[in-house]
Design a protein around this ligand. Sequence first.
Ligand SMILES: Nc1ncnc2c1ncn2[C@@H]1O[C@H](COP(=O)(O)OP(=O)(O)OP(=O)(O)O)[C@@H](O)[C@H]1O
Ligand SMILES: [Mg+2]
Length: 256
Amino acid sequence: MTNHPLLEARDVTVRFGGLTAVDAVSAAFGAGELVGIIGPNGAGKTTFFNALSGVQPPTGGELFAGGKRLTGAKPHRYAAAGVARTFQTPRVFAGLGVAANIDFGLQFAGRGRQASWLLKDAASILNLIGLTAQANLPAAAITPSQQRLLEIGMALATRPRILLLDEVAAGLTEAEVDAMAQLIRRLRDELDLTVIWIEHAVTTLLRYVERVIVLHQGRKIADGTPAEVVRNAEVVEAYLGDEMSDMASTQEEAAA
Ligand SMILES: Nc1ncnc2c1ncn2[C@@H]1O[C@H](COP(=O)(O)OP(=O)(O)OP(=O)(O)O)[C@@H](O)[C@H]1O
Ligand SMILES: [Mg+2]
């Protein structure tokens, strides 16, 4: 259709008073990419997502979806362009049933949009995310990890082309983190989604993504394959040096 990236940030800056939370970050995301974003607490990861989804208008720079300039537009325009996201603090409707939460997402944006049969209705979305057995429970009654899945389901109900995931594996057990990573991979593969995934569980994340962006003090300090990024001297120095060098040897073993 076009050669434009699905989503693109050009020199995006977000300032809060004297603090520069996101500092001239540029990145383009193509169809079907699975991209990780890592960086220390306060690096600007969530604020970058807020800019990419229209929640936080940038102080400087430009945002494009499918080549169309969206800088300064409201979140619903980003949703209409196919951008969906989860929030670091889950925002499910606790009093509503699990299936009703998905229905809300379908009503919010999704019904008019052409979609994979995997996203046809609440039942098919619940099946995809593995919450069929919980369909009629109140969202407040399911486990925190199931609430993370439900939030992904609500984002999928808008039938996105680009899914932004903000720490959906936070607080999960190691086995749950792996299951989540496999689900994310499967969503990308089966729905042909572009997925951008922020996570502190760096070791797991680097095993599942093909590309990783590192933010540090608002700046993008690296953008490449996991193997490239763990060898990047600035990344090792800025971000968990010991953990990264452990991972570098793991990557080398994997590459050997
Ligand atoms: N609405 C806001 N007003 C003022 N400062 C903010 C606001 N949102 C974020 N910040 C600040 O911007 C910086 C980046 O925050 P952000 O939440 O984007 O980091 P993060 O990389 O997502 O961190 P974490 O890994 O802890 O989630 C931090 O210094 C934070 O305190
Ligand atoms: Mg954050």
